[in-house]
Design a protein around this ligand. Structure first.
Ligand code: NDP
Length: 432
């Protein structure tokens, strides 16, 4: 560990970078970024209020006072919970064992080292949560009572963190993709990989904080139902078990994150600080928050059907991602027991035409969407609010596929057109 902030991503000995000015042209430019900086938090508060104050239903704010009233006031108890949890995550990041893995090459060719200790840290965190709940040291219902104040404190934390990273980027001689416009740079970020030695803050907040807190709430919310009613509803069980499988899978394959856009491309601005501190833990557990207020009992056939949908989705998602990884490591390795069909490209990296990648160009997204659908359907049809995850995620993946398509067209040129001809479906074979 170094004792001072070190976000220099250059290879040792490389010349100092010049300030990199970029046009403010994402998300509607400066005005769009300013609107999103207010709108995205408002969505999280609105959804929380829908569940906690409006019986799990959509609601129409009648006045500005209504909008203000949906923001819960922070409490001392919530502040203590928040700081204890964050302190635990920092301590676990520092002491947990884990392999040091080299990240994917960044735009300037540099490759950063990362300690991958998320699985260990998550296992210890969940063991602590379960022990505290099981021994009655902490009551799950007390945590749930503080969910609103925790949301506000987390949001304040996201603003503070984004402010810190903005100042961090501005302090440096070489800004990373800054537009010079304050609201835009605050939202998009001005620093790519803020870190203290091996302690990479973006990876830490995405993995330990974002996924880890989501996992902890996926345990606390069913525990609260158990405390309140003395039993666990089938719907709550389906949602939390399926989500925990997804989260554990994320930690098992944590190093995959290192090749994703969040880590190699996106600066660490408010868009990401709020995603990791607020959006993931609070909005991804809306289903359980809703079920706690509006319990739904699923018949056995529905439980079986939803587990089947979820685990079928999981197999598609995981197997598709593994097939691509294996193929990138060894292009001649068998796929589904047969030598792979391959499209050689002028770029040098071949494209796989077998297995999931021969059925559609992003079956991994299809798997993700099947799981999302299972988690939402488990909440029944009493409200659209618990469907938020699917309703936000489906357009996000459709858009992501379009962006990846454009990127691949740029990378592969005519070879990508040929691949698209051979594999015409984007996400779902024979459907889309
Ligand atoms: P992918 O893992 O689908 O990777 C896309 C890249 O794979 C392309 O740019 C190309 O890069 C390579 N590729 C494309 N087609 C082929 C082929 N036929 N053969 C070999 N390589 C190919 O993209 P993502 O990073 O978007 O997704 C990773 C996972 O994360 C997915 O399962 C997705 O569902 C999930 N995800 C989850 C989110 C969440 O919030 N839960 C959000 C976003 C993603 P190259 O050729 O340069 O290697």
């Amino acid at each position: 560990m170094t004792s001072r902030p070190d976000d220099d991503t250059r290879a040792a000995g490389a010349p100092a970078r010049a300030v990199q000015r970029v046009p403010a042209d994402h998300f509607g430019g400066p005005a769009g970024a300013a609107v999103l900086t207010l709108l995205v938090p408002a969505i999280s508060f609105y959804l929380w209020a829908a569940v906690a104050q409006h019986g799990g239903q959509l609601w129409l704010p009648a006045s500005v006072a209504d909008l203000v009233a949906m923001v819960p006031a922070p409490t001392g108890r919530a502040a203590l919970m928040f700081t204890t949890w964050m302190g635990l995550q920092v301590a676990l990041q520092l002491v947990s064992p884990g392999k040091v893995v080299t990240g994917a090459p960044l735009a300037d060719g540099a490759r950063l080292p990362y300690r991958m200790n998320g699985l260990f840290a998550f296992a210890v965190s969940i063991a602590i949560v379960v022990a505290l709940l099981a021994t009655g040291t902490v009551r799950a219902t007390s945590i749930v009572e503080e969910l609103g104040p925790l949301l506000t404190i987390s949001m304040l934390g996201a603003f503070a963190l984004a402010g810190w990273f903005y100042a961090w980027g501005r302090r440096r001689g070489a800004l990373e993709r800054s537009s010079g416009n304050v609201p835009y740079d605050f939202f998009m970020g001005t620093v790519l990989n803020p870190r203290f030695g091996l302690f990479d803050l973006k990876l830490f907040f995405e993995s330990h904080v974002g996924m880890g807190t989501w996992g902890a709430l996926a345990v606390v919310l069913p525990a609260a139902e158990l405390e309140r009613t003395g039993s666990l509803s089938t719907s709550m069980l389906v949602v939390s078990v399926c989500q925990l499988v997804y989260i554990v899978d994320f930690f098992v394959f944590e190093s995959n994150l290192l090749s994703m856009l969040d880590i190699i491309y996106e600066n660490f601005g408010f868009m990401l600080t709020q995603a990791f501190l607020v959006w993931m833990p609070f909005n991804f557990t809306l289903q359980q928050q809703y079920l706690l207020e509006s319990p739904t009992t699923l018949p056995t056939w529905a439980v079986i059907a939803l587990f089947t949908l979820n685990f079928a989705g999981y197999v598609v998602f995981r197997d598709a991602n593994l097939q691509k990884q294996r193929f990138r490591r060894d292009p001649s390795a068998n796929v589904w027991g047969k030598p792979p069909k391959v499209l050689a490209t002028k770029r040098g990296t071949a494209l796989l035409l077998s297995g999931w990648w021969g059925l559609a160009r992003h079956t991994n997204y299809l798997g993700d969407l099947m799981m999302a659908a299972a988690w939402c359907l488990a909440c029944g049809f009493g409200s659209v609010v618990p469907y938020f995850y699917f309703l936000y995620f489906a357009p996000l993946l459709v858009n992501r596929e379009r962006r990846d398509h454009a990127l691949c067209k740029e990378k592969y040129g005519d070879d990508w057109d040929e691949y698209c001809k051979r594999v015409p479906y984007r996400i779902a074979p024979y459907l889309y």
